[in-house]
Ligand binder design. Structure first.
Ligand SMILES: Cc1cc2nc3c(=O)[nH]c(=O)nc-3n(C[C@H](O)[C@H](O)[C@H](O)COP(=O)(O)O)c2cc1C
Length: 306
């Protein structure tokens, strides 16, 4: 079986998690330059927007990078054509059935990694013909499955359930998490929240400060119309959590839709700050390349000493 790094075309078996509208091109390129896989998040884009983002990343790096496609988005099929035209060789797919895009991507010669929250969905993805699975535990930032499973429980089960490589995601922010992922049988990691606290990530400095100040336990899961979302437990999030159930869902959905604006202008009074549990454990803004290098080196050292 090809290793994850071989499948990705990278030095390290590490993928940057898709992060909605905040995966700016400088961050994508910096991750790829470090030897991991930078990833453009296509949510909110059309084919033209994706082509432009790909061109911008190519200006900054000649190393491979991938694209995340929203499986249930009707615009995603046209984006596969753009990816093939532009020579993109890796996609992650999430939020929808793995059967929706896998055949198209495979026909275009693009490797596919589907993000799943459960062993049952991992089996479906493997049956759909994916090259690998991203097993994302409930610690992660962003949208959560109704009965989210923690990374520590999810990953070994997914590894047992499928014959394709498994990439662990959710709560991994340093070499200890990296080593733990491999100890559980994963062949790579995907990280999101840690990359928000990097020099290249363009979110507002006030948001970075709030994330740096967060302590373990300072995130909360809010129910929305389409699943739940893990966010920083700031005043806005706590006030929504205290609302009666009917109001809570509509207010959370509304505030979630304003998250991209809040990330840009720092207005956390109206928009939610999407972030994973590990935000409470990160206390330093670093260049993205340094985050990756430290994680991989520390991880290898730990694995060697076990
Ligand atoms: C701000 C933010 C936005 C995210 N947006 C997306 C997205 O658009 N699509 C997706 O598949 N995952 C999304 N995720 C999940 C990440 O891709 C990744 O799997 C997750 O962050 C890993 O867990 P961690 O945050 O604990 O590292 C998002 C995560 C964060 C923190």
């Amino acid at each position: 079986m090809e290793s994850v790094a071989e499948l990705l075309g990278t030095e390290y078996p590490v993928i940057m998690g898709a992060m909605g509208t905040i995966s700016n091109v400088e961050l994508v390129a910096a991750v790829s330059e470090s030897g991991a896989l930078g990833l453009i998040a296509s949510v909110g884009m059309d084919s033209g927007g994706l082509r432009k983002a790909i061109a911008e990343v190519k200006e900054l790096t000649s190393r491979p990078f991938g694209v995340n496609l929203v499986a249930r988005n009707p615009l995603s099929s046209a984006m596969v054509e753009v990816m093939a035209d532009e020579g993109i060789t890796v996609a992650t797919t999430s939020a929808g059935s793995p059967a929706a895009l896998t055949p198209l991507l495979k026909d275009a010669g693009i490797k596919v990694f589907h993000v799943v929250p459960s062993p049952a969905l991992a089996v479906k993805a493997a049956q759909a013909g994916v090259d690998g699975i991203v097993a994302e535990g409930g610690e992660s930032g962003g949208i959560q499955a109704p009965q989210a499973i923690s990374t520590l429980t999810l990953v070994p089960h997914v590894v047992e359930a499928v014959d394709v490589p498994v990439i662990a995601a959710g709560g991994i922010h340093d070499g200890r998490g990296y080593a733990a992922a491999f100890a559980m049988g994963a062949s790579g990691v995907q990280i999101g929240t840690r990359l928000m606290l990097t020099e290249e990530c363009r979110i507002h400095p006030d948001i970075k400060r709030a994330l740096l100040e967060a302590q373990p336990g300072d995130t909360i899961v809010l129910p929305m119309g389409m699943g739940s979302v893990r966010v920083l437990a700031n005043d806005l999030a706590r006030s929504i959590a205290d609302m009666p159930p009917e109001e809570r869902v509509s207010r959370a959905t509304e505030a979630w839709m304003r998250a991209p604006a809040a990330f840009q202008d720092g207005d956390v009074g109206s928009g939610l700050v999407i972030a994973g549990e590990c935000s409470g454990a990160i206390d330093e803004i670093l260049p993205a390349g340094e985050v990756i290098r430290r994680m991989v080196e520390e991880g290898a050292r730990i694995l060697g000493s076990l």
